[in-house]
Design a protein around this ligand. Structure first.
Ligand code: PLP
Length: 404
């Protein structure tokens, strides 16, 4: 994305042109960015060629998932709906892992029928349920167990998952208990130790600590695992001042780990694959002066992009047409929804805006559209995939008749 003749442009088309044709708000994704992210991810870890399972929950657009499949990735799913979607997108079941703390009997049964690679279980009760269902089908099912390594991911509290107070995974003692249970169960075959300590991780230290914990357990335990699933969580650069996760360092920590343990690595990245491919473009409806600041009231809201309201996330916000005239007052970018948390960002420095101007909210490819809702009975926006100068509608804007 860059400015060409003062117009913000994605691949070979400018957002103003897209808005004229499709209306606002809209989500657009860059195909070349997606391809670049996947190529980079693969080459960063090519020494041990991991199985890369895209975390579907970060973006559930079937057309994007088809592109991701064509670029060689599998899927990490967290519900029967996501599993159905992954299969419909043509992902090989042997490249699908199923995570989540509360899989129902229906979900487990469906996953068994579809012969996916692994069900990553998160409690002894769940494993007993998998064993019971597998037995009734006369099958033996490959499973993983998610360990809670009690590691602070040093990310937003709301998206941290690997500390002992979080609901995810099992502690070390339960883990040992589960390994013993599986040794004596005919219908579950324990193949994988899995971890996932959180999301938007920028610092290598939590990953290093996690690897040390896993390594210690593997050395202590008298059991051979075929896979170690390290989850996702790799952070992206949401602001110019933020750092980026150092993949080289992460790779070398994993290589060191693999010197000791002969296992195949699985990753479950979501945000790092799709996050910076997406942009939400929205129009200024009104500008309201409140004395100390000006409210920039947009036609996009928290129902379209919930991350700011949900966890105070900040997204880079840019004008679609650039000018040199700056505002003298602070701008607060808000949506029209009847909630005070319906705001995107507050900026002291921004170019002077007028009503009907277009604004681009950046890096919304992950947990953007997938967290959207119809709150205030607002239709979900159209999603577009941009490839060079071609624009493809990959999900239509919802119609009122579909939501009323
Ligand atoms: C959410 C989630 C992921 C993906 O996390 P990202 O931060 O988007 O990479 C991977 N694995 C599990 C189990 C998850 O819950």
């Amino acid at each position: 994305m860059k400015y060409i003749n003062k117009k913000l442009t994605i691949e070979k088309v400018n957002f103003q042109k897209i808005a004229n044709k499709f209306g606002t708000p809209f989500y657009s994704y860059s195909y070349s960015k997606l391809k670049e992210n996947i190529t980079n991810f693969k080459s960063s870890f090519k020494t041990f060629s991991p199985l890369i399972c895209f975390a579907i929950k970060s973006n559930t657009n079937i057309n994007l998932i088809r592109e991701i499949r064509k670029l060689g990735l599998g899927a990490d799913v967290v519900s029967i709906g996501e599993l159905m979607l992954a299969l419909k997108a043509g992902i090989n079941p042997k490249k699908i892992v199923f995570s989540g703390v509360g899989k129902t009997s229906t979900e487990i049964s469906f996953a068994i029928e579809k012969k996916i690679l692994l069900i990553n279980a998160e409690s002894l009760s769940e494993i007993k349920e998998i064993n019971r269902i597998a037995k009734s089908k006369n099958r033996t099912i490959k499973i993983g167990v998610r360990l809670n390594p009690n590691t602070d991911a040093k990310t937003l509290n709301q998206i941290s998952t690997g500390k002992k107070e979080n609901k995810f995974g099992v502690n070390k003692n339960t883990f040992y208990q589960i390994v013993n249970y599986c040794k004596n169960s005919k219908n579950v075959d324990l193949k994988c130790l899995s971890v996932h300590i959180g999301s938007q991780i920028l610092d290598n230290k939590p990953y290093e600590k996690m690897l040390r914990t896993v390594s210690k357990i593997l050395s202590e335990i008298n059991y051979e695992f075929e896979f170690v699933d390290l989850g996702g969580g790799m952070g992206i650069k949401y602001s110019n001042s933020s750092k980026k996760l150092n993949y080289k360092k992460y790779n070398s920590s994993i290589c060191k780990f693999l010197d000791k343990h002969k296992v195949k690595i699985i990753f479950e990245p979501g945000r790092s694959i799709i996050g910076d491919t997406g942009t939400l473009v929205t129009k200024v409806i009104y500008i309201k002066d409140s004395g100390r600041k000006k409210f920039i009231i947009l036609d996009a809201a928290m129902n379209d992009l919930m991350r700011p309201a949900l966890y105070g996330a900040l997204h880079k916000t840019l004008p679609v047409t650039k000018s040199n005239l700056m505002t003298k007052k602070t701008y607060e970018f808000v949506g029209p929804i009847c909630e005070s948390t319906d705001k995107f960002i507050t900026l002291k420095r921004f170019q002077k805006l007028k009503e009907k101007d277009l604004i681009a909210i950046c890096d919304v490819g992950a947990y953007g559209m997938s967290l959207s809702s119809n709150y205030n009975l607002r239709p979900r926006p159209v999603e577009l995939l941009v490839k060079g100068s071609k624009i493809k509608v990959i999900r239509k804007r919802q119609k009122y008749k579909d939501i009323i």
